[in-house]
Design a binder for this molecule. Sequence first.
Ligand code: XMP
Ligand code: MG
Length: 180
Amino acid sequence: MAQEVTIHDKTFVPYITTEEIAERIADMAAQINADYAGRNPLLIAILNGSFIFAADLFRGLTIDAGISFVKLASYLGTSSTGKVVTAIGMDANLTDRHIIIVEDIVDTGKTLHEFLPEIYGRNPASVSIATFLTKPSALKYEDVKAKYTAFEIENKFVVGYGLDYDGYGRNLPCLYILKG
Ligand code: XMP
Ligand code: MG
């Protein structure tokens, strides 16, 4: 088993192994292959955190499928619209496409709650969410329901497999959780 790691002021301990991750993602890919056969889905992976998960999930797909990457930026809109999330680099045409949003983690659900209208506004045929992690006890936005989840975890900070703490830890091959 891997050792604990320290990033800046925090110590993290091994939580989910690379083998367990590979197994769950293979299962998820198989499910998507079955659900989306003949529908040519378009995966939209949200950078930066999802890039490793997206790469592994996408390689598990044997059906026709595309992938595109976006980065989200949030700013304050007018008082009526509140916070607005825009996608940077969303060049794909979503009209009549079956969209699968690929996220690293759904925590409160706020990010996807704000991003989903942007997707629906582009006339997709359908929209679903595939996330590596969810923290069910932290979810506040009930409209954010992941169709595919690799792991439901406790409400503690995690790093590794694409997820970072203050810019570090993304390259750790398995998932680590805050110690204590
Ligand atoms: P919300 O609350 O909008 O959060 O669903 C989603 C985003 O918050 C970040 N996040 C984390 N990043 N370890 C991380 O490295 C965590 O435990 C964690 N929890 C939330 C992440 O960027 C995610 O997209
Ligand atoms: Mg993220």
